[in-house]
Design a protein around this ligand. Structure first.
Ligand code: NI
Length: 256
């Protein structure tokens, strides 16, 4: 089976040496990894890692937590980073009203500006949304971003929210959260996602999936557990789920 971990934070030092993480991922069948990013320095570090390893790709973006520290020239910096040959998306960008680490109006402005940049550059977008679902859809609508270029990463919505995301044509990515015992609503939503719009990720080093949830540091090799859980829920085999999600990730991110 071949998997793609479409969202992992390889720049996070808690993961330990990147070579070792990639070796374990390779043994588990992870053939490609997309290093997600949260700030300009983080995006530059991700591009550096992606430059060193064929199977690693990267994004560039300002996380909603970091929106208040984006800096005046951040859009120019992002555009530069997006021009890196290994860059495949703008992200993770969005809104997080759970932590409110940045003021909400600043989060909305920085999200909208990055979405508009992604549209102009014709880049896919990885969206983070937490306790901000309505405003996230409103910003996407206001900017006029096409849903087919948008991936809702580590999706935690239930059937209603999944339906609304699918209605705008977006892709949906599931992480270890979908495997948690109390995540019945998320799994009920995951059943509704068409075969050609579902994607998987780890969000490592966060969110270790069941049955390895006790691992304090999650890592890309664990994407196999996300795939197994979703396959069971969707009444298909892990092999089929792996094929579908890998093909979808290659298409969505235009991996070569
Ligand atoms: Ni993330």
């Amino acid at each position: 089976m071949k998997f793609i971990d479409t969202h992992c934070h390889l720049t996070d030092e808690r993961l330990g040496p990147v070579e070792d993480v990639l070796a374990r991922a390779g043994e588990a069948g992870v053939v490609a990894l997309i290093c997600a990013t949260a700030s300009i320095p983080d995006s530059a570090a991700a591009a550096e890692i992606a430059g060193r390893y064929d199977q690693v790709w990267c994004t560039a973006g300002i996380h909603p937590h970091d929106a208040k520290d984006a800096g005046e020239d951040y859009l120019e910096r992002l555009e530069e980073l997006a021009g890196n040959p290994k860059n495949v998306a703008i992200g993770e960008i969005g809104l997080d009203y759970h932590y409110d680490f940045s003021p909400r109006d600043v989060q909305r402005r920085v999200f909208a500006e990055q979405l508009a940049l992604a549209c102009r550059l014709e880049k896919p977008v990885a969206v983070h949304t937490r306790e901000a679902f309505e405003d996230t859809l409103a910003v996407i609508n206001d900017v006029g971003a096409g849903g087919e270029k948008i991936l809702f990463h580590s999706f935690t919505g239930g059937p209603d929210e999944a339906g609304r995301v699918l209605d705008i044509g977006a892709y949906v990515s599931y992480s270890g959260i979908a495997t948690f015992k109390n995540a019945d609503a998320i799994r009920a939503g995951a059943v509704l996602v068409p075969d050609d719009r579902i994607i998987i990720e780890t969000d490592a080093p966060y969110l270790s999936p069941e049955p390895v949830r006790k691992m304090q540091i999650n890592e890309p090799s664990n994407v196999v557990h996300v795939a197994e859980c979703l396959a069971a829920v969707r009444r298909t085999t892990p092999e089929t789920l792996a094929e579908q999600t890998t093909a979808n990730a290659i298409r969505f991110f235009a991996l070569r």
